[in-house]
Design a protein around this ligand. Structure first.
Ligand code: NAD
Length: 214
């Protein structure tokens, strides 16, 4: 496994390479090269080789990479060669949409859905039923939940995140705009779709300005 500290940007690119390889496999492509991977991932071939070199050598000089083998290795590196049990906390619009999202079933298994609203508790969602937040500790322990999706209102985020950590959740995917602080051994990944939309607005408005300038 990796000896040097792997940069976060490398991890993000590994996820992209995996997507590219999955797409190649769907198209029946059996072998690829760092050049081809690079082109589809919109990086340089040097970058691809450097990213993969953190974890060993996967290709054969002059022969490139086997698509299924590299895909399997990347899944292993990313911790996707096993299933992860997850809880969704905050079963409003977003929490319910995520619970029903079929794409989650690839490696992730939602086994707990929690809220504090008595009107929502008991309602069927995805593969289960919404439970009161007070059941979180027991559920984490008994169902082996390791990851949590945080989809509560921003004002409640900090407190609920603390609660998730106390319950034993090992990593949080934070969909709220709040900044969450956790102990170093509990990583937080932020999903900020409004930030993405704002960047998009910037790039599109820049294109429009360039068109005006000619
Ligand atoms: P929502 O109001 O529909 O749902 C929030 C849910 O959290 C409710 O069911 C509420 O009862 C529950 N809740 C409140 N306090 C709680 C607590 N202490 N413990 C457990 N559950 C609690 O909101 P939403 O639109 O689903 O958004 C949820 C979060 O995701 C917000 O922070 C929002 O900014 C963010 N977000 C939403 C969207 C979206 O498209 N809806 C997109 C990006 C980010």
């Amino acid at each position: 496994m990796a000896s040097a500290k792997v940069p976060d940007a490398t991890v993000s690119r590994l996820v992209t390479y995996l997507r590219v390889l999955e797409e190649m496999e769907r198209r029946g492509v059996r072998r690829t090269s760092s050049e081809e991977l690079a082109e589809q991932a919109q990086v340089t071939a040097f970058q691809v080789r450097k990213d993969l070199a953190y974890f060993g050598s996967f290709g054969t000089r002059g022969m490139g990479y086997s698509v299924p083998l590299l895909k399997r290795e990347l899944r292993k590196i990313l911790g996707l060669d096993r299933r992860w049990r997850i809880a969704i906390v905050g079963m409003g619009r977003l929490g319910q949409a995520l619970a029903d999202y079929p794409g989650l079933s690839q490696g992730f298994e939602p086994v707990g859905f929690f809220d504090v609203d008595p009107e929502k508790i008991g309602k069927r969602v995805g593969s289960g039923v919404i439970e009161p937040l007070s059941k979180l500790d027991e559920a984490v322990r008994e169902r082996g939940i390791e990851l949590g999706l945080l989809t509560v209102p921003a004002e409640a985020a900090e407190e609920v995140a603390k609660r998730m950590v106390r319950a034993g959740i090992k990593g949080i995917l934070n969909f709220t705009p709040a900044v969450i602080e956790t102990p170093p051994e509990v990583p937080v990944e932020n999903v900020d779709f409004l930030a993405g939309l704002s960047r998009l607005a910037y790039f599109v408005s820049r294109n429009i300005r360039e068109e005006w300038v000619g």
